[in-house]
Design a protein around this ligand. Structure first.
Ligand code: MEV
Length: 340
């Protein structure tokens, strides 16, 4: 058996705009998906996922992932998660040049599905890493990221950036702009996450932004303005990169990062990807004194990310109607982790 885990992430800035070539800065957090893979001596694939839905599910099929029956669990999200697992299986078969390889796969995840914390990227990254290693091929984290991007892109019908998968594969805070993906040196950030218990459909949300952008020039400008926010924010996070923030106190820089996150949330809201519960968690965090707060990921429901070194935001979120869970998230400095 081969076991790998990969972290989820929050976006400090830039989701959605990154799909159109603007930069984004996601940051890996210590909430992981763990995938265990055992090679079979036939071409069947059996997937057991105890945490990916309320009841968990098991599905088994022979040969091509195209022949997989629909998973018999009443949640479109589970079907979507299986899409990522199928795509990871195909990538591993291709990487190891083993088109007929069969696997027993177990997925365990601490990351809620479709909630903006990068569950699909984490499952895809850990799945490709474990399955390729099980077949005797070891890829670099960058090669895993590239294959995971191709897998995610196939599931999202070409509407994906490299941000989620690169961040999950390499860990830390990263900057992604088109094909240019790299780690950046970010300070220790006081990240708080609020989760409304819901989820959004990434494909639909991305298509909604595309439709707005094609219809209105000002929506296209909004996407570009998000890019400007990212370019300003990244200089605050890593002032040594170009000396622009040299001499500015670290606490002041984190406070300004928060201001930019507020700005970024407003623009995402105007692009139609926020929701009532995301907005009320964002406002609860701001009123509790957070430096800033915004939705994270595709939106539509799911999670917000706030910056607050004090316990106030965490406490306020726990009393906010519509917030199901709130927690402090540690930066995950490791990306894909090889456990067995
Ligand atoms: C989803 O986590 C982030 C989006 O920007 C889509 C993507 O980058 O693939 C909405």
């Amino acid at each position: 058996m081969t076991v790998s885990s990969a972290p989820g992430k929050v976006y400090l800035f830039g989701e959605h705009a990154v799909v159109y070539g603007e930069p984004a800065v996601p940051c890996a957090i210590e909430r992981r998906a763990t995938v265990s893979v055992t090679a079979r001596d036939d071409d069947h694939v059996r997937v057991e996922a105890s945490d990916l839905s309320l009841d968990g599910f098991t599905v088994e099929y022979a040969g091509s992932t195209d022949d997989r029956p629909d998973v018999d669990v009443p949640a479109g999200l589970v079907e979507a998660a299986m899409g990522y697992i199928d795509a990871a299986v195909e990538q591993a078969r291709d990487a190891a040049d083993a088109p007929g390889a069969g696997f027993d796969i177990t997925v365990e995840s601490e990351i809620p599905l479709g909630a903006g914390l990068g569950s699909s990227a984490a499952v895809t990254v850990a799945g490709i890493d474990a399955a390729t290693r099980e077949l005797g091929t070891t890829l670099s984290p960058e090669a895993i990221a590239d294959r995971a991007y191709r897998a995610e892109s196939a599931v999202q019908k070409g509407e994906a950036s490299r941000a989620d998968t690169f961040c999950s594969a390499v860990g830390g805070a990263v900057r992604v702009e088109g094909d240019d993906c790299r780690r950046i040196d970010a300070p220790d950030l006081p990240i708080v996450v609020g989760f409304d218990g819901g989820a959004g459909d990434t494909g639909e949300l991305v298509s909604g932004v595309r439709a707005l952008k094609e219809r209105y020039g000002f929506a296209a400008d909004t996407v570009e303005t998000i890019g400007d926010i990212v370019r300003t924010g990244e200089r605050l996070l890593d002032p040594d990169a170009d000396d622009s923030g040299a001499g500015v106190d670290a606490a002041d820089r984190i406070a300004e990062v928060g201001d930019l996150m507020n700005f970024n949330h407003g623009l995402l809201e105007s692009l139609g990807v926020s929701s009532r519960s995301l907005d009320s968690m964002v406002w609860a965090a701001r009123e509790a004194g957070a430096h800033g707060a915004k939705l994270t990921g595709a939106g539509g429901g799911g999670c917000i990310v706030a910056l607050d070194p004090t316990p106030e935001t965490l406490t306020a979120l726990r009393f906010t109607p519509g917030c199901e869970e709130a927690f402090r998230a540690e930066l995950a400095t490791d990306g894909v982790r090889r456990l067995e």
